[in-house]
Design a protein around this ligand. Structure first.
Ligand code: HPA
Length: 266
């Protein structure tokens, strides 16, 4: 077991969560809904990849959400911070080592679908790894040949859709396309993403989904839409806007999750 996994295990004590959540840009407020939280800064966890992106808290939160024991990673390192698409691998391996079976990934994203607007939430049904990078390059075992046909777990998706219905919240469904960032896209790139079949674009989640499937974790993922893709409205995009709008959709995602988590964990 890695030093990071050992540290996580000792913080967990007698708790045995099976569900972990990764919170994207501006979505840290979800932590406020955690009952009996235990908060551990990433800096206090040896080997934990630390993101320097503003809007990412950088802490592990252990506690209960909707009565379900969870581990939350509030903040994630991105491919664009180091050029390493496997930057999250030690964190995901540690989660697996301490008994996590289900990984919920969240992100802030731009919409390329006029039917999905800022402040709304999109359940990721499938993805396009458009950055061209794969976090399993260099992995020597045959396990690297991961099937991605049902990368986003069907039963978990159903639980999210049922949760949204119970919460009375709209939950869109769509395809997430991964651009490396950190610059935002051009209008031509956004038109291309649409032609390729994307509904939303963003700078994370895809490498983590690939790694999680490699590790045998079940994955469910959702995007909080913070803006329309470049060129759609004529407004310039900014990280300030992402951080400002994300909490609106984040509150919606929290209401959906509150209803869905018991089914997700079942
Ligand atoms: N593009 C890429 N990443 C994003 C966007 C976007 O428009 N909005 C939030 N994250």
């Amino acid at each position: 077991m890695s030093e990071l996994a050992e540290a996580l295990r000792s913080h967990l004590g007698a708790r045995a969560p099976r569900v972990a959540l990764v919170l994207g840009s501006g979505l840290g407020a979800l932590v406020g809904a955690v009952a009996d939280p235990k908060r551990i800064p990433y800096a206090a966890l040896p080997g934990m990849p630390v993101s320097a992106v503003s809007g990412h808290a950088g802490e592990v939160v252990i506690g209960h959400l909707a009565g379900v024991e969870v581990v939350i990673l509030s903040g994630r390192i991105h491919y664009y911070e180091s050029g390493d698409p496997a930057a999250m691998r030690p964190a995901l391996e540690a989660l697996k080592a301490v008994g996590i079976e289900i990984l919920m990934l969240t992100n802030a994203a731009g919409s390329v679908n006029p039917g999905i607007q800022p402040g709304e939430v999109m359940l990721i049904e499938d993805h396009i790894a458009f950055s061209g990078r794969n976090p399993l390059i260099g992995e020597p075992s045959d396990a690297r040949f991961v099937g991605m046909t049902t990368a986003y777990d069907e039963a978990l998706r159903r639980a999210m859709l049922n949760g949204a219905a119970k919460a009375g919240e709209a939950l869109h469904r769509g395809v997430y396309l991964w651009f490396s960032g950190p610059s935002f896209e051009t209008p031509a790139e956004i038109r291309m993403a649409k032609v390729l079949g994307a509904d939303a674009v963003g700078m994370s989640t895809v490498p983590e989904t690939i790694l999680a499937r490699f590790l045998g974790l079940r994955v469910v993922a959702a995007s909080v839409i913070t803006n329309m893709g470049a060129g759609i409205t004529g407004n310039e995009l900014s990280h300030a806007e992402t951080k400002e709008v994300a909490p609106l959709g984040g509150a919606r995602l929290a209401r959906i999750l509150t209803q869905a988590l018991p089914d997700i964990a079942a």
